[in-house]
Design a protein around this ligand. Structure first.
Ligand code: PLP
Length: 406
């Protein structure tokens, strides 16, 4: 594949107001007009390059949006105050009362809770399906279906969506394919593979410093204009607006994303291979044992690897909790939700980020009690990290036998 997302970011050239190498931060909520007519035209959406009010858009938010659109290969993008602040307006823009969504059943717990508990209050219903089975996905489509929703690599089970296959189904049935690409920025480019809209929680790898929440919707100019429409746009009217200072800081972090993703992926690949070799049930798309390993390989922009997320199953929640506490004590990372930090983060999704999903549904989708989700950090010496992690596992009798030779 010839798409080069990091080059697209590198090639952007912004000059600050006084020739600064960083664009100036727009520190205003409202903007003046020299003529009343231009103000009217701006409200109508007919005055390019004019700013009205920062809930609608601001220069700093546009800079970040443009950079993310370049990364995803879309016409444009709209940034939001959080990942959920990007996801919910997209779904509410595309669906109205009586409409139906077909969604992957393994998605971030907050998205699941929105679709399962909140959207039905607006008479928008969702069927949750195994996204890896294209025949099951297609069979769930009804005459009211408007959206096919998935994560390119799912939270927390790391199922991989066949974006080209899903796109063909979406096109056949006139649906919009919406893909949350939070787990695999740069590695996977969903729009290039046929998705209509790509969403990210910027909170994670893209910002990479765990100091803010943020989100983005990447899509066509027409769809982003719809989201921002002053009369009917869900982003404009629900008001999940990113602050310009945060846009500016996320844009600066975005420039090193390609270096960070390579390091996250290299470290995760190393640990996944070692964990599997010492007998741990390990899920990582970069392992040949992953059911969608070859699918990921076909879809990926190769140099970025298989991402920084992996899971292991240590058998029970008690063992998972003990291991996470010990690893934190040994300074191997933090017992924390979220992902994409320079330190490794670990959590047991069943009792944290996916706790919105009822227990019986967790079981049905294979989300077991003893599952630990790792967001692997940027560790300079991953071999040392592995040795220390294995010591923690040995101490807690998590390994069947101590295979010191591995
Ligand atoms: C895959 C995925 N999508 C969306 C979100 C929501 O993003 P935010 O917390 O920035 O609202 C998360 C958060 O964990 C996530 O993991």
């Amino acid at each position: 594949m010839s798409f080069k997302p990091a080059n697209n970011i590198q090639d952007l050239q912004y000059f600050g107001e006084f020739g600064g190498v960083n664009p100036s931060i727009s520190d205003s909520s409202t903007y003046t007009f020299l003529s009343a007519k231009t103000m009217f035209d701006t409200f109508e959406g007919n005055a390019d390059g004019c700013y009205l009010y920062s809930r609608h858009t601001s220069p700093s938010n546009l800079y970040l949006g443009e950079a993310l659109a370049a990364m995803e290969g879309t016409e444009t993008a709209n940034v939001a105050a959080s990942g959920m602040g990007a996801i919910t307006p997209v779904l509410l823009q595309l669906c109205e009362a009586g409409d139906h969504i077909v969604s992957s059943r393994t998605i971030y717990g907050g998205t699941y809770a929105f679709l399962k508990n909140f959207a039905p209050r607006l008479n928008i219903e969702t069927s949750f399906v195994d996204i890896t089975k294209l025949d099951v996905v297609e069979a769930a489509i009804t005459e009211n279906t408007k959206v096919l929703y998935c994560e390119s690599v799912s939270n927390p089970l790391l199922e991989v969506a066949d974006i080209e296959g899903l796109s063909a189904i979406a096109k056949r049935h006139g649906l919009k394919l919406v893909v949350d690409n939070t787990f695999s920025p740069l590695s996977i480019s969903p729009v290039i593979l046929g998705a209509d809209i790509v969403i990210h929680s910027l909170t994670k790898f893209i910002n990479g410093s765990s100091d803010t929440v943020g989100g983005v919707v990447c899509g066509t100019q027409e769809f982003i204009d719809d989201l921002r429409n002053v009369n009917e746009g869900a982003s404009m009217l629900l008001g999940s607006t990113m602050d310009s200072f945060r846009s500016a800081s996320i844009l600066k972090n975005l420039r090193t994303l390609h270096i960070r993703i390579k390091q996250h992926s290299t470290n995760a690949q190393y640990l996944a291979e070692k964990f599997e070799a010492i007998g741990l049930k390990t899920v990582y798309p970069g392992l040949p044992s992953h059911p969608s390993h070859s699918l990921f390989k076909e879809m990926m922009n190769e140099q970025y690897g298989f991402g920084g997320m992996l899971t292991i199953d240590v058998g029970s929640l008690d063992k998972a909790n003990a291991l996470m506490e010990l690893m934190q004590h040994e300074n191997l990372g933090y017992l924390a939700v979220s992902l994409g930090f320079y330190k490794t983060l670990f959590s047991a999704p069943g009792s944290s980020t996916s706790s919105e999903i009822p227990l019986e549904e967790q079981e049905a989708m294979g989300l077991s009690d003893g599952l630990i989700r790792f967001s692997i950090g940027l560790d300079a010496d991953i071999e040392r990290t592995f040795r220390m992690m294995r010591r923690c596992m040995n101490k807690l009798n998590i390994l069947q036998e101590d295979l010191e030779t591995v």
